[in-house]
Design a protein around this ligand. Structure first.
Ligand SMILES: Cc1cc2nc3c(=O)[nH]c(=O)nc-3n(C[C@H](O)[C@H](O)[C@H](O)COP(=O)(O)O)c2cc1C
Length: 288
């Protein structure tokens, strides 16, 4: 998993006195520095925790002009002379290896993502490219929509699922009309939305690739539920819907599903699978 060492161009420590150490974390570009700063991950509390010192004794200086963070901390055991660089890395090792989800996501984006994209309907190609980038940055919960038609199971991975109303309970799924499962959803008029957990990454990939049809169900544990639809064991929730309506737009159609039946797993330990910037991940609360 990417860590601070992967983002920083310099991550060093040196003795600032017999019982003081200074850490420098320098980033190559203003943009990278700004993104790290925006995540709020590098903060005095983090260093206090990593180096087991009271937070009041952490001097934390964000130094944007140098694209650097400078952190000075007390050291319990002195070693070497003042100004000596810690060449063996013992002091900065804990820092270099912190891997933190907000940081990882912030850097999961390619160079192309860093550019500011602007688009307008005057240039449809550019608009589409900017829109694609924008949607990559919208985190989505991952689900597999499944059905059974003429004794053949069909399913596909989706993120475009949203709750539509609570009264009556209904959801909407946006599905490509060329997807192999589309016809079966329409003909069977029932489908099951299985919300995936963070342990279902391989399954999410399998349900977005060839082979299609029944072969996809080799991934994961599936059973046939009371409505006669494939339902994923160990999902966050499996929601059986009756196809109430369909709205076509461009390449896709929105399936409006009236909820008929629902199986919900206990909240722990079934953390949902999240998709963002072309990567699978988990939700990481800011308060953690
Ligand atoms: C994470 C992820 C999310 C996806 N979300 C959607 C979606 O919301 N709607 C959609 O039509 N296709 C979505 N897809 C693509 C379909 O899963 C994929 O195109 C389809 O299953 C493959 O088409 P086929 O069944 O014709 O082989 C997604 C794929 C992945 C990997």
């Amino acid at each position: 998993m990417p860590a601070v060492k992967d983002f920083a161009s310099v991550c060093r420590s040196k003795n600032a006195g017999p019982f003081m150490v200074t850490l420098d974390i320098v980033f190559e570009t203003d943009d990278i520095y700004d993104r790290v700063a925006e995540t709020g991950v590098l903060k005095p509390e983090l260093f206090a925790r990593l180096y087991s010192v009271p937070v009041t004794q952490v001097q934390f200086t964000p130094y944007r002009a140098a694209r650097a963070f400078k952190i000075t901390l007390p050291r319990m055991i002195s070693s070497g002379d003042t100004g000596d660089t810690d060449v063996y890395g013992a002091q900065q090792t804990p820092l270099c290896w912190i891997s933190i989800y907000p940081l990882m996501w912030s850097f999961a984006m390619s160079e192309a993502d860093i550019r500011v994209h602007r688009g307008s309907s005057h240039d449809p190609e550019q608009l589409q490219s900017a829109f694609r980038q924008a949607m990559r940055r919208l985190a989505g919960g991952v689900a597999v929509v499944s059905t059974m038609h003429d004794d053949v199971r069909h399913g596909m991975t989706v993120t475009a699922v949203t709750s539509l109303t609570m009264d009556p309970p209904a959801l909407a799924v946006s599905v490509n009309r060329h997807a192999s499962a589309f016809e079966a959803f329409i003909r069977r008029k029932r489908f099951c939305v299985n919300l995936l957990t963070h342990q279902h990454t391989n399954l999410a990939v399998a349900f977005s690739r060839k082979p299609d049809g029944d072969a996809r169900f080799a991934s994961g544990e599936w059973r046939i539920n009371d409505a006669g639809l494939p339902s994923l064991e160990g999902s966050v929730a499996s929601i059986t819907c009756r196809l109430h309506d369909l709205a076509e737009f461009g390449t896709h159609a929105i399936l409006i599903g009236a909820v008929e039946h629902l199986e919900l797993a206990p909240q722990q330990p079934t953390a949902p699978l999240i998709y963002l910037s072309g990567q699978f991940g988990r939700f990481w609360p800011l308060s953690a």
